[in-house]
Design a protein around this ligand. Structure first.
Ligand SMILES: NC(=O)c1ccc[n+]([C@@H]2O[C@H](COP(=O)([O-])OP(=O)(O)OC[C@H]3O[C@@H](n4cnc5c(N)ncnc54)[C@H](O)[C@@H]3O)[C@@H](O)[C@H]2O)c1
Length: 325
């Protein structure tokens, strides 16, 4: 089988490519990535070039998309602008990449009629909006969309396009909504690697607002296994929520990192809250557990320890990224 992975030079896409090539020794992957600030060829180092080919190209460009889809059986669409803070500073590229880029891929799938056996769209739990700290409710596949940042609005729009296009043109699709990922190759602009890399340099750790916002953390390896389960056992036309069963307040994430690294809590610096900051995300993944036989394997503490060890062992990966910002 040949898979087209979009955004495969980013955090989750590159982890997925490594995982898939290890698990599926007959398969080949073509990776279409524009190499924005978030894309990094270092994430792909050491991959077997006879089974992984890289195309530098842009999902906003229909010709790049068409070129990448030759001989492909399955598309897994990760490519996106992914950082909420950047979407607050300027939303246009989020609409262009996340919405028009998804549209271009769907157009190409449609043009190729029976060639593509599955279009899997990677979405996020952020499309469901925000939960309060004191309610037991979690998001699941029936939760309504309630985007609250330009990023999540662009992901909602993309999801609607996938469903509408595939319904209209009878295309085989699946969608996953995943909670916050962490693990190796995560760009240091995001919470966990930001805190690890700053703590390692004894720099202040900026915590938004009161630090009590909760995210449901999932190790990227568990996310990759979840996508695999959907591709192999998921039903066409279905959506699956994937979560880590690990709700942790941001301030506890930061304190755990300091504890693991033996650094003082005096490094914590509370800063002005993010505009429109969602209070809590939590995912109920019982549908994926029941129907796909998938469940997250990492506890947050074990996954965090592994992740910290990876950043300790891979300074040469992340230090150049800090110099670029
Ligand atoms: N990181 C998370 O916690 C999380 C959680 C749920 C869902 N998601 C979704 O997973 C996907 C991947 O997220 P990530 O954290 O790996 O993001 P990332 O920012 O690390 O990687 C995105 C990749 O897409 C590429 N890209 C950006 N614009 C492009 C374009 N116009 N054309 C081609 N390539 C382009 C970038 O170069 C980069 O390699 C996204 O769709 C995101 O919405 C992420």
């Amino acid at each position: 089988m040949k898979l087209l992975i979009t955004g495969g030079a980013g955090f989750i896409g590159s982890n997925f490519i490594r995982y898939w090539l290890e698990q599926h020794s007959e398969d080949r992957i073509v990776n279409l990535d524009a190499l924005t600030y978030a894309g990094n060829l270092e994430n792909l180092k050491g991959l077997d070039e006879s089974r992984h080919s890289f195309i530098q190209g842009d999902v906003r460009n229909p010709e790049d998309v068409s070129r990448a889809m030759d001989d492909v059986d399955v598309v897994v669409h990760f490519a996106a602008e992914s950082h909420v803070d950047r979407s607050i500073d300027g939303g246009r590229v989020f609409l262009e990449t996340n919405v028009i880029g998804t549209f271009n891929l769907l157009e190409e799938v449609r043009r190729r009629e029976n060639q593509i056996k599955r279009f899997h769209h990677i979405s996020t739990d952020e499309v469901f909006g925000s939960l309060s700290l004191d309610e037991p409710r979690r998001f699941d596949e029936r939760s309504p969309h309630d985007a609250r940042s330009p990023y999540s609005a662009s992901k909602v729009a993309a999801e609607h396009l996938v469903r509408a296009y595939c319904h209209t043109h009878n295309l085989p699709f699946t969608i996953s909504n995943c909670s916050n990922n962490y693990g190796p190759y995560h760009h240091p602009e995001k919470l966990i690697p930001l805190m690890i890399t700053r703590a390692l340099r004894d720099e202040p750790l900026p915590v938004y607002g009161d630090g009590l916002n909760i995210r449901d953390w999932i190790h990227v390896a568990d996310h990759c296994r979840g996508i695999e389960a959907i591709l192999l056992r998921g039903k066409e036309g279905e959506t699956y929520c994937l979560g880590g069963d690990s709700e942790v307040p941001n301030i506890e994430v930061v304190k755990s990192i300091l504890r693991h690294l033996g650094k003082p809590e005096s490094l914590i610096s509370y800063v002005e809250d993010r505009k429109g900051h969602d209070r809590r995300y939590a995912i109920d993944s019982s549908k994926a557990q029941r129907e796909l036989g998938w469940q997250p394997q990492y506890s947050f503490e074990a996954g965090l320890q592994d992740t910290i060890n990876w950043y300790l062992a891979n300074r040469s990966w992340w230090e150049p990224l800090l110099a670029k910002n």
